[in-house]
Design a protein around this ligand. Structure first.
Ligand SMILES: [Fe+2]
Length: 293
């Protein structure tokens, strides 16, 4: 049995695992009448816990549950319990901010950090994971599938980044701020705030990544002078179909998660990991010692 070797490999390394779009339902219910999202999340968590370098923190970038119901959040809480490292949750378009706060009362960073004109209190927070800062944005438009970023939310981002000049930052948000070329997903993409967000990021080159969910696929795009990326789902994936008129469908192709690994020398290096158990590892060397790869 191998032992974790984070300290030996990179004394200052920070490993942030990103899981996204868990879509948990109450026991006995399948998402879209097809997907046991709880079972799939359990498999992804097992894969995270089997990593040779245990992550320093885990962030789940929205669509935590399917209908924003207390019973769903209670089940999510039970399913996430094996993750004993710091855990950071964010809302997506399937979530309900207040039900999320109620289900995780010890997550004090979920408390309102700003108020919108209509009284809504987005979930936006900044936390430290060692030398790395995780800054989250709330793109939720309650009752809607698309996302929005109003000036109040972006004012908060600007002020938060102003306090972290020169320090490594990962910005996390549910709806990606870029066109994905998957037509039906772009129709429910981020509808406001994109030019201003790009401008803010361009003035803060210490933002290493913008990490997103919503797409149930891994996509990487240049944005605002940094790299913006989405994460595969831990269960179902949005069908890979770049036809602008593509039907809104999902597949059960292999699920996964992201590992955002930071070291002082490299900045953030993002890996894409498949969930599940696979054969290996096998050595690249034959018994005779000859190289085969
Ligand atoms: Fe989702």
């Amino acid at each position: 049995m191998s032992t974790p070797n984070t300290a030996a490999a990179h004394p200052s390394a920070v490993h942030l695992v990103q899981i996204s779009d868990t879509h948990i339902r109450e026991a006995g219910r399948l998402a879209y009448r097809k997907v046991d999202t709880a079972e799939w999340l359990t498999m992804t968590i097992a894969s995270v816990l089997a990593l040779r370098q245990p992550p320093d923190a885990v962030v789940v970038t929205g669509d935590l549950v399917d209908f924003g119901r207390p019973v769903e959040y209670a089940r999510l809480r039970d399913l996430l319990a094996p993750l004993t490292m710091p855990l950071y949750l964010m809302p997506g378009n399937h979530d309900d901010r207040e039900r999320l706060r109620e289900a995780f009362p010890e997550h004090h960073w979920l408390a309102p950090s700003l108020r919108l004109a209509d009284g809504a209190a987005p979930i936006q927070y900044a936390v430290r994971i060692g030398p790395l800062h995780l800054v989250t944005l709330d793109t939720v438009a309650p009752g809607q599938s698309h996302g929005e970023l109003c000036d109040a939310r972006l004012d908060w981002l600007e002020a938060t980044l102003a306090e972290r000049v020169g320090e490594p930052v990962i910005v996390a948000m549910h709806h990606p701020p870029f066109t994905t070329l998957i037509g039906h997903m772009d129709k429910i993409g981020l509808k406001s705030g994109i030019p201003r967000l790009a401008g803010i990021l361009a003035r803060h080159p210490n933002v290493e990544r913008v990490i997103c969910g919503h797409l149930h696929r891994a996509i990487d795009v240049r944005f605002g002078g940094t790299i913006a990326a989405t994460c595969p789902g831990p269960a179902h994936q949005v069908t890979l179909d770049l036809d602008p008129e593509a039907a809104s469908t999902f597949t059960m192709e292999p699920p996964g998660f992201r590992i955002h690994a930071w070291t002082p020398a490299t900045g953030v290096v993002t890996h894409l990991a498949a969930s599940g158990r696979f054969d290996g590892p096998y050595p690249f060397h034959e018994e005779s010692g000859g190289l085969i790869d």
